[in-house]
Design a binder for this molecule. Structure first.
Ligand code: COA
Length: 330
């Protein structure tokens, strides 16, 4: 495939979104014994009632392909138009190769394909990259996928993460547009908090000290405070960068980290009560890189948001990293 040196169209847009949630639904009651918790505590502190868990033989590749096919169908496009795949994940269990080339092959493609690692901000990072690849003329149609099988990296006895994560995949097709469909991205990182959410030990430590399988550990309160105090500000900056007022939004789609974080952000943003807010966390839990596209896919499927309106989306998580942007709903 040739990389064009020409500049692309002035604008880009999301042409379609798709999602995949594994068949198996796991209620809180199945998890509470291992972490000495209760259904009531989990619901009160996080808003989570159930999550989906992938089957043992179901991989991030399988889930990514399923979500991608949905996004292509929504956009009314054949896979053959895709010339770049950006796959965001932190739970593909191979250090190398990346998951994206395998997804490309499963879709019958030999296009540019690579993974990015930006945890729960991965999809919004991917949208920023895809938009600029299209507008720069390097790509015409980019498939952005957020996919996680965090059940493989979760310690069932860990009280702060044992109930938090869900498995799934979300995808979007991003292509050219005559009007603005993806507004400027506000993004950044704070690596001084690298320990706030981290794989417990490095692969080297696991090998050399003969340790057990390394799962993800989280300082819940640190992450909670950071999200509540800092992320609403970043969401507001994304609105300002787009020149859009909160009351002009057709939807607010924050990362599905915790229902209380979502409620706090709504307050800080002074979001009018009639604006639909994604609350997919209740039955999908926190699917990290998949959470924002899955939440948008669900709102569209259930008819709670209107196509063509503007959505403010924000992802944030391990790193710490974040990315926010206003997008036109496909
Ligand atoms: C994980 C989280 C739900 C924990 O809630 P919290 O209100 O901060 O809980 P705390 O750790 O302060 O613990 C409060 C109490 O509940 C107890 N507790 C902690 N985990 C528990 C559990 N799973 N079940 C029952 N009780 C639990 C604690 O022992 C403590 O008891 P105490 O008051 O008697 O000492 C919350 O911190 C959170 O959602 N953080 C952000 C998570 C996030 O967004 N992560 C993803 C970013 S990508």
């Amino acid at each position: 495939m040739t990389v064009s040196s020409a500049t692309g169209p002035r604008f880009s847009q999301i042409l379609g979104v798709g999602g995949y949630r594994p068949e198996r639904v796991v209620p809180n009651s199945e998890l509470v014994e291992a972490m000495d918790s209760s259904d009531q505590w989990i619901q009160e502190r996080s808003g989570i009632k159930t999550r989906h868990r992938a089957a043992d033989d179901e991989s991030v590749i399988d889930m990514a392909v399923a979500a991608s096919r949905e996004a292509l169908a929504y956009a009314g496009l054949e896979a053959s138009v895709i010339d770049t795949i950006i796959l965001a994940t932190v739970s593909h269990p191979f250090q190398t190769p990346a998951a994206a080339p395998e997804v490309a092959a499963r879709l019958g493609l030999t296009c540019a394909a690579f993974d990015i690692s930006a945890a729960c901000a991965g999809y919004c990072y991917g949208v920023a990259l895809a938009s600029d690849l299209v507008r720069g003329g390097t790509a015409k149609h980019v498939l952005v996928i957020g996919v996680e099988k965090l059940s493989d990296f979760t310690d069932p006895a860990d009280r702060s993460t044992g109930f938090l994560f869900g498995d799934g995949a979300g995808a979007a097709v991003i292509g050219p547009s005559e009007t603005q469909g993806i507004y400027p991205t506000v993004w950044g990182s704070d690596g001084t908090h690298r320990d706030a959410i981290t794989q417990r030990e490095s692969w080297i430590e696991v090998r050399d000290r003969d340790l057990a399988w390394p799962t993800i550990t989280m300082q819940g309160q640190t992450v909670f405070r950071w999200a509540v105090w800092s992320m609403a500000k970043k969401a507001q900056e994304a609105l300002d960068a787009a020149g859009v007022r909160a009351d002009e939004l057709a939807a607010f789609i924050p990362h599905q980290a915790n229902m209380r974080i979502i409620d706090a952000m709504i307050k800080t943003l002074h979001l009018p009560p009639e604006i639909p807010v994604a609350r997919d966390i209740e039955t999908t839990a926190n699917t990290s890189a998949a959470s924002v596209p899955l939440a948008m896919e669900r709102m569209l499927r259930e008819g709670t948001i209107e196509r063509g309106g503007l959505a403010l989306q924000i992802g944030f998580g391990a790193g710490l990293v974040y990315a926010a942007q206003v997008v036109r709903i496909p």
